[in-house]
Design a protein around this ligand. Structure first.
Ligand SMILES: [Zn+2]
Length: 242
């Protein structure tokens, strides 16, 4: 079982950890700051550095396919994991620029949810763009949505998460905006993401602490994917940094 440090503090960039297992899926640690692909958000990349000095480049992070509760740090192509057997002490450090982009875009998708009051049936968040598919057939206005996001960013709303009981979620089904992803059940509690006066919904992803930290994000494209699907694509308004 990997302790998920990123769920409580998305600003952590590194942690010390111990290798629990190393197999074809990747390196499993007892705790990690690496977010695994999920809820539409891409997995983290970064490095694992052993006490011996050996460095493993991690290209992606996934929930381990064969070990429930474990997170697999997926080595980049050509990386040798021989120096990382079970028991190895490591420092796990994420690619901060890539994660920062994920956090900014992910938080921006919550603003979009607040601006477009329709169910979501698809979501993808990467370092280069984010896209959200809404179940709707009404047209959407690109400039109006960009202006709406800019307004909510400028208003600097605090962003925070908390945990609610499953019974509380059952009593408030309108909280669940996503048709395609249901919050994980069976743990007794569900993580909800709250943007003051803007949005409240179950979400396990990583977010910035205030909407002001999203910075300049604009709608770059709106596509009609099907009769009942409108896809909204977000991009950064400034050139990508490093
Ligand atoms: Zn979220």
């Amino acid at each position: 079982m990997t302790e998920e440090l990123f769920r409580e503090d998305a600003s952590l960039l590194a942690c010390e950890a111990t290798v629990l297992a190393c197999d074809e899926a990747g390196v499993v640690l007892d705790r990690t700051v690496f977010y695994p692909l999920g809820g539409g958000q891409a997995g983290d990349a970064g490095t694992l550095t052993a006490a011996s000095g050996a460095v493993l480049q991690v290209a992606d992070t996934r929930k381990h396919p064969g070990r429930p509760g474990d997170i697999a740090h997926v080595p980049a192509a050509g990386q040798d994991v021989a120096a990382f057997p079970a028991g190895t002490r490591v420092v796990a450090a994420i690619d901060a620029g890539r994660r920062r982009a994920h956090m900014r875009f992910h938080t921006a998708t919550h603003l979009l949810c607040a601006l477009v009051p329709h169910p979501v049936n698809g979501c993808s968040i990467t370092a280069g763009y984010a896209r959200l598919d809404f179940h709707m057939n009404e047209p959407l206005d690109k400039e109006a949505l960009s202006a709406g996001i800019a307004r909510l960013v400028a208003e600097a709303h605090p962003v925070r998460h908390r945990w609610i009981g499953e019974a509380e979620l059952d009593a408030n089904p309108q909280l669940v905006r996503s048709m395609s992803v249901q919050p994980p059940r069976g743990l007794g509690r569900v993580r909800v993401l709250e943007i003051d006066a803007v949005d409240l919904q179950p979400c396990g992803g990583t977010h910035v602490a205030n909407t002001a930290d999203i910075g300049p994000v604009i709608v770059t494209k709106i596509e009609k994917k099907s009769a009942m699907t409108r896809r909204v694509v977000l991009g950064f308004a400034e050139p990508a940094a490093g």
